[in-house]
Write a protein that binds this ligand. Structure first.
Ligand code: GAR
Length: 197
């Protein structure tokens, strides 16, 4: 069985979708992997409690604890890598993990890092994707699963889902519509990647 480690910073709804698909009884449609651990840079994030309720081991590596280090970002990434390596993952899955990773970290996990981003990349890398899509007058929005490279939100695309932008949409309604589709796309994209590799 392949091992996943999932990194989160927030609510963890994508993480939950992945865990539930991996815990599914039906062979068909299941994600054939084990979520070995859920790690977060925010000890108080709701997603950690959610993972524990699903029976998944968790750990928090608080990025604020490294503020005094000579290179805070590198020191945090080194601690994160230690926590990841304990589980010898076949894939490291970023699911709402809101930290920019150092090039050294990305190189260390070359080929193992995937991310989900709430836009149709290469449009709207970065933050506030739904607000920017509405302001630009986009008729469609969506989300992208991609490999992580050293350039933020720029890795090779593994899957995308397209969602309409409806008249009257605001950031909240659009992000809710996209998020529902993220939950369907991400476990399937991971399954395909594991099956191919
Ligand atoms: C998701 O919409 C995900 O695509 C986005 O954060 C949300 C996390 O929600 N990720 C990014 O913006 C990464 N740049 P969740 O914690 O409920 O899964």
């Amino acid at each position: 069985m392949k091992n996943l480690v999932i990194l989160i910073s927030g609510g963890g709804s994508n993480m939950e979708a992945i865990v539930r698909t991996a815990q599914q009884r039906d062979w068909a449609g299941r994600l054939h992997a084990r979520v070995a651990a859920v790690l977060s840079n925010r000890p108080d994030c709701a997603g950690l409690a959610r993972a524990q309720a699903l029976g998944v081991p968790t750990a928090a590596i608080d990025h604020r604890a490294f503020a005094q280090a000579a290179d805070p970002r590198a020191a945090f990434d080194a601690a994160l890598a230690d926590a990841i390596d304990r589980h010898a993952p076949d894939l490291v899955v970023l699911a709402g993990f809101m930290r920019i990773l150092t090039p050294g970290f990305v190189r260390r996990y070359a080929g193992l890092l995937v991310n989900i981003h709430p836009s149709l990349l290469p449009a709207f890398p970065g933050l506030h994707t739904h607000r920017r899509a509405i302001e630009a007058g986009c008729r469609v929005a969506g989300a992208t699963v991609h490999r992580v490279t050293e350039e933020l939100d720029h890795g090779p695309i593994l899957d995308q889902v397209v969602v309409p932008v409806l008249p009257g949409d605001d950031e909240a309604t659009l992000s809710a519509r996209v998020l529902t589709q993220e939950h369907r796309m991400y476990p399937r994209a991971i399954e395909r990647l594991l099956a191919a590799g």
